[in-house]
Design a protein around this ligand. Structure first.
Ligand code: NAD
Length: 501
């Protein structure tokens, strides 16, 4: 069954049992490429949740009073440690998540970007001042006829204990979207990683302590819904960051805000890529394949619908068929691998169900990723790259997030028709256009109802200095993760009006 995953509270590893809790339900952490059980996670560790919030509450006064430059020194050292342990962390992601080694390295690299950006906290937290906003004459000395000046300033101050709840698909990066900026701004933090991939997160937190983060500033609790609900309604918690599916994002946003917390909840997605007849064909194939099949389609920025405009299908369908069929589906650490497994058996069954529904609804199956039709290892949670043509509104494969390597091709005659089809979606994470026309690109950028736009880029992932800017049901809240939004989310404004007599 593998060892039980530790909690990390008050600067050290511990367990629900050691904290006096009774063993509740557990979740098996499984290597999806082999089916091997590598660990088990406690799902109901509410004692740990309570202890973690308490450790964070106790650590807050000292940490928030530590000068921001000193707080950032810890993150500078942490960045160096992440570089030193880069391959170890990537290997851990391959093992518990199944990504290819190249994708796992991307996960760690984009996470390190967030740590680097958090070191800009001295600038990002800076307030503003405006002298002489008014004059007061009531206490004026007789020689001072113009009155006594009143100045005003706004400071940005940390909130207190913040909580982060993260999904399975980026085990290292998504936690790093949250806690480095939160602690750089002077908050303390409780991380609740996905029960499916807790091991990389525990190591990430442990390394932060090796870098010199004081006990209690960053804590980690494993668990499922009961632990999440206890954390997001806890009276000592001030803010909640969530990344995961839309169903849970909506629940967390409503529950946390009803309990008076500040919340930012990133949800699911269904992302469209519009291919214009004037696009560079090589760039389209490279961009669409990377977007639809990278990370086995398990990215909230995965392009899962390609809208082929005008005569595009005549060249796009044969080329995507040829390239997708050549992707090697194997374990993430196998030489020459192009695509690893999906996260677990449940996901695999769900994705295969979507493929069946596409066939039943009359879409044309151009590339079949089902076992038997596609070469893949016998054991493990594998689904091959799959492409449907002639997908139409109303089909389940077009309406719902599949979160697997399934690309749906929709045919439209004009850019405006493509935009109308795309904008019907209840999601609004990202949209992409491939074109060589500045006019088309600008029209797309202007009218796309999405928060992240790619122009000749298959995965328009914002670097850490920009907000991760989903719209519609891909996001609940107003301040996004990353960028200046993150520093605003993790700080409160305090206005000071001053008069010296
Ligand atoms: P998920 O919603 O199932 O789980 C996310 C987290 O919520 C986990 O930590 C889980 O333990 C917890 N959780 C699950 N059910 C809960 C419940 N009923 N109550 C309280 N907490 C609960 O998501 P997942 O399957 O881990 O991740 C995939 C989803 O995440 C996809 O929908 C994907 O699009 C989305 N995602 C979004 C972004 C983004 O930035 N918008 C980024 C990555 C992933």
């Amino acid at each position: 069954m593998g060892h039980s995953v530790d909690q990390f509270i008050g600067g050290k590893r511990t367990s629900e049992q050691a904290l006096g809790g009774s063993p509740g339900a557990t979740h098996a952490v499984v290597n999806p490429a082999t089916g091997e059980r590598i660990a088990s996670t406690d799902l109901d560790s509410r004692r740990s949740a309570e202890a973690a919030v308490e450790a964070a509450r106790v650590a807050f006064p000292g940490w928030s009073a530590t000068p921001v430059g000193d707080r950032c020194q810890v993150l500078f050292r942490y960045k160096q440690l992440l570089e030193k342990h880069f391959e170890e962390l990537a290997g851990s992601i391959v093992k518990e998540h199944g990504k290819t080694m190249a994708e796992a390295r991307g996960d760690v690299r984009r996470g390190i970007d967030c740590v680097e950006f958090a070191c800009a906290a001295p600038l990002l937290m800076m307030g503003r001042t405006l002298p002489q906003i008014a004059v007061s004459t009531s206490f004026c000395r007789t020689e001072d006829t113009s009155g006594i000046g009143i100045d005003s300033a706004v400071d940005r101050v940390p909130l207190g204990v913040c909580v982060g709840i993260t999904p399975f698909n980026f085990p290292v990066m998504v936690p790093l979207w949250m806690w480095p900026m939160a602690v750089a701004c002077g908050n303390t933090f409780v991380l609740k990683p996905s029960e499916k991939v807790p091991l990389s997160a525990v190591r990430e937190v442990e390394l932060a302590h090796e870098a010199g983060l004081p006990p209690g500033v960053l804590n980690l609790v494993t668990g499922g819904p009961k632990v999440v609900d206890a954390l997001i309604t806890h009276e000592d918690v001030k803010a909640v960051s969530f990344v995961g599916s839309t169903r849970v994002a909506e629940h967390i946003y409503k529950t946390a805000t009803a309990a008076g917390k500040r919340a930012q909840c990133m949800g699911g997605a269904k992302n469209y890529m519009v291919i214009m007849p004037d696009a560079n064909q090589d760039a389209v194939i490279e961009g669409v394949v990377g977007s639809a099949f990278g990370n086995s389609g398990q990215r909230c920025l995965a392009g899962s619908v390609a809208i082929a405009v005008g005569d595009v299908p005549s060249w796009f369908i044969p080329r995507i068929k040829e390239v997708a069929a050549k992707i090697r589906v194997d374990r993430g650490d196998a030489p020459g691998v192009g695509m690893g497994p999906v996260i677990d058996e449940q996901s695999r069954a769900r994705i295969l169900g979507f493929i069946e529904s596409g066939v039943a609804d009359g879409a044309t199956l151009v590339v079949d990723g089902r076992p038997g039709a596609c070469a893949m290892p016998k054991q493990g949670c594998f689904v091959g790259p799959t492409v449907f043509d002639n997908v139409r509104p109303g089909m389940k494969i077009l309406e719902e997030e599949i979160f697997g390597p399934v690309l749906s091709v929709v045919r439209e005659s004009t850019l405006d028709a493509a935009l109308a089809t795309m904008n019907r979606s209840r999601y609004g994470n990202m949209g992409v256009i491939f074109t060589s026309s500045g006019y088309n690109a600008r029209r797309f950028k202007t009218h796309a109802q999405v928060g992240m736009v790619g122009i000749n880029v298959g995965v328009p992932a914002p670097m850490a200095a920009f907000p991760f800017s989903g719209w519609k049901q891909s996001f609940y809240g107003d301040l996004h993760a990353n960028g200046e939004d993150a520093a605003k989310f993790y700080t409160e404004s305090k206005v000071v009006v001053t008069r010296w007599l």
